[in-house]
Design a protein around this ligand. Structure first.
Ligand code: ADP
Ligand code: MG
Length: 252
């Protein structure tokens, strides 16, 4: 796709225009125009099947959109010949399932992309890994295997692994949904710290408390559309979109 729009003078961290995606006959994303400003935390909420995960995967180019554009700062990711690997290295992603390598230590899980993708030396990578593990409260676990950690600790390792790459943007897709309830809070605390520390984040979540407190804006997705986007206050307190009200009445 040839870019239609030009990068604005002061670009958002992320901007999509008219993003569309279908799987065969099933149209999953329809005309999604969305921005995430630098330092902003945008929470994406909506019913199951509304396209939230597909949207995040398109942002990270794990899925190719069929229509529209994605801009990461001044780089058009959907332009022909765009350097997809370079773009992906600028975006950190944390999934519901942490996908740590079970046969590697926690530290090696965090250093792997630094040494293999960034070509960094092992010692420098180790320093970065220890700093990131410290930030998520897990420096003491560097030599353990993932299986020796709780699910919440493993998810914090996955966050440390993403942060070690110094991403401009972090994407979270239901990062706490697979965790036992008592483990959710430590992961949300790390995400809250990141948000208040100025990280740019797009967070798909069912944790309405997190969305209300940590988000600068909340986007409600419904049937592949961006149905509402507004401040948490207006989304949660003054929603007038009927589908949003229905959704909130089910989850709150
Ligand atoms: P959400 O994350 O909001 O639950 P998804 O983005 O996972 O929604 O899914 C949106 C729709 O796209 C669903 O109808 C789902 O079945 C469909 N879908 C998602 N991924 C694929 C895929 N790889 N192939 C075919 N259909 C898919
Ligand atoms: Mg999903």
């Amino acid at each position: 796709m040839t870019p239609v729009t030009k990068a604005p003078v002061t670009p958002a961290a992320l901007q999509t225009t008219g993003l569309g995606k279908s799987y065969g006959q099933n149209t999953v994303l329809r005309d999604i125009t969305l921005d995430v400003q630098r330092g902003e935390t945008l929470c994406l909420i909506g019913p199951s099947g509304s396209g939230k995960s597909t949207l995040l995967k398109c942002l990270n180019l794990l899925e190719a959109p069929d229509a529209g554009e994605i801009w990461l700062g001044e780089t058009c990711l959907t332009a022909p010949g765009a350097d997809v690997d370079a773009a992906r290295a600028r975006i950190g992603m944390v999934f519901q399932h942490f996908n740590l390598f079970p046969h590697m230590s926690v530290e090696r899980n965090v250093t792997l992309a630094l040494t293999s993708v960034k070509g960094m030396g092992r010692e420098q990578a180790r320093q970065i890994a220890l700093r990131q593990l410290e930030a998520v409260g897990l420096a003491a676990f560097a030599d353990r295997r993932p299986a020796q950690l709780s699910g919440g600790q493993q998810q914090r390792v996955a966050i440390a692994r993403a942060l070690a790459m110094e991403p401009e943007l972090m994407l979270f897709d239901e990062a706490t949904s697979a965790l036992d309830p008592e483990l959710v809070k430590d992961v949300l605390a790390v995400m809250r710290d990141l948000a208040s520390g100025g990280m740019t984040m797009a967070v798909v979540t069912h944790e309405m408390g997190f969305a209300r407190e940590a988000a600068d804006r909340v986007a409600f997705m419904c049937d592949g559309r961006l149905a509402e986007i507004d401040t948490p206050d207006r989304i949660f307190e003054r929603a007038d979109h009927p589908r949003l009200r229905q959704f909130l009445s089910q989850v709150l």
